[in-house]
Design a protein. Sequence first.
Lengths: 376, 272
Amino acid sequence: MADVATRTIDTAGMGADVSIRSLVKRYGPVTAVEDISLAVASGEFLSVLGPSGSGKTTVLMCLAGFEIPSAGSLHIGGREVTALPPNRREIGVIFQRYALFPHMSVRDNVRFPLKMRGMARRQAEAVVEEALATVRLSGFGDRLPAQLSGGQQQRVALARAISFRPPLLLMDEPLSALDKKLREEMQAEIKDLQRRLGLTVIFVTHDQEEALTMSDRIAVMSHGRLEQVGTPEEIYGNPATSFVARFVGETNILPGIVHRRSGQDGTVALDGGGEIAVPLPAERRLAEGSAAEVMLRPEHVAVMPAGSGVNGLAARLVGHSFAGATVALTFEAAGGQRLVARRPARELAGLAPGAEVVLVPEAGQARCFARTGQGA
Amino acid sequence: MNVTTRLPHPAIAAARLAGILGVLFLLIPTLIVVPISVGPDKYLHFPPRGFSLEWYGTLIGDPGWMRAALFSLQIAVLVTLLSTALGTAAALALTRGRLHGARALSVAVLAPIVAPNIVVAVAMYLFFSRLGMSGSLVAFVLAHTVLATPYVVITVSAALAAADPDLELAAMSLGASRSRAFVHATLPLILPGVIAGAVFAFVVSFDEAVVSFFLSSVRDKTLPRKIFEELDYDVSPVVAAVSTVLTFLSVGLLGLAAVLRRRAPRAPATKA
Ligand SMILES: Nc1ncnc2c1ncn2[C@@H]1O[C@H](COP(=O)(O)OP(=O)(O)OP(=O)(O)O)[C@@H](O)[C@H]1O
Ligand SMILES: [Mg+2]
């Protein structure tokens, strides 16, 4: 691999496309991943988002080659890697706890992959310096990992993972050990690095905010299956399942019965009383009379004074919590149904707990799902 | 964490004093052989009436003692090599492998520590005498390896528990084969534990008396067994001299093991 050093770190468009085909992974009786198919484009930043135990790490471990799939195949850059040992896959892997070699200096850590590839020492020195400069850690080469902060350690791990120019970077919750401010800094830094190098990145997280801000696309997992794959806008604005709607962002959940459907529209009679108009696209197989759940984001709930004549749900303010520019208002509607509205902070003026209002869902923003056993 | 390094509370001070006295009480029989060994008397006498290294000279000049010492050394070195390799492999399999019955295996590996030595000794004696190998180097090495391996398993397992298993995965993702990943990522971290285990194994074998008592033949005997025999017909201060040498060698080696275990490199704390 002598050509490693001849490429420069700023060459873009080196990312590999990834194709996961019908991946299954079982551990004895436990099925950790159940029939997942997913294509990631070259240079794409894809987040795998899901609750604990949903199989995110397992997918990553299979891609990295640390686990052998029970069924299915994996392709990276057009090459099948399903049974290839990890050291022959050319993938950079970033671990949650950094996994820096504690007995080696920062420089030796970053040089490790080059040494494994038999690169001459002089040549490797230059590549190491360049990689350290890329993560803004020039001059830290002689330190031991224990002498660095968490953020610095993760940057060393990044430098080490990119020094051998892999076309694909896998990251398993790389920022979860960092505090909020540092995490946001590192998010920006990783995004910047990925863009500059044109890397394909698969990024595992259970932090939906992180996934929404960083990703080109998000794959939402639950119980070893893919719930939805889409852009952050699609995932947030048009969740495919009630699981996605609940897991990504805040949402109000209103149980009811489909009252009337005509074409792409319909209404749902809420269990607590009142009716709400919802879009009912053809793929939502919800017949009239079937149990449904309406999901409404807090920012799509307008608050009107009672008796203003508009159509909506009568409710009473029971509490509010201030969050800088916005305020979250909690209401109780008929039947004890709770609803949260997120409004610009100034709208709180004149509203005191106990105030009677009418809540008006923003047209076309409510989402309706079949009511299943799970959740509420 | 260490409360005792702060202000010594009266109760803590008392406990400390009791501890020191207890240790002294345990050490006195061992330490008493040291002055006896440097006394000029022909018989064991305490306190010594003078100072002489005569008995150490006799010891070195005696082909019987030297033969036993060399035999013991030969056994101990072979046992050290064998049990360090076996014990390290077993510790790896037990802590890192996905073994069915890992629990049963670890009980089996550690059993010789718990089983009474005399039981192990009789079993070994019956086994090897039936094979006609009693008294042979092979019999000693195998028997002592059974006794020494658990110590290696314990020290290496402790070292492995402190080494992050992700390190080996990281090494592999960076281009190292499985074996190179172990050598570069894990071995340097557990090496102090491995060496400490090796030292333990050496001491266990070199000082071992019960099994050796049964396995020794008239011609081939280990140092501890030779001490037994000498005590039987001639209680000379040479025995005290041998005991002194054995004691200092063991204490020195175990001290070394303790230092090594403390100097193991640590993973950096994952700061939040
Ligand atoms: N080595 C293993 N042996 C047995 N079961 C396993 C193993 N690894 C994972 N599992 C199981 O597979 C399922 C998925 O685990 P996985 O680690 O992929 O989840 P995850 O989405 O990464 O969760 P987290 O957010 O907690 O890291 C879990 O039910 C887990 O218990
Ligand atoms: Mg995980």
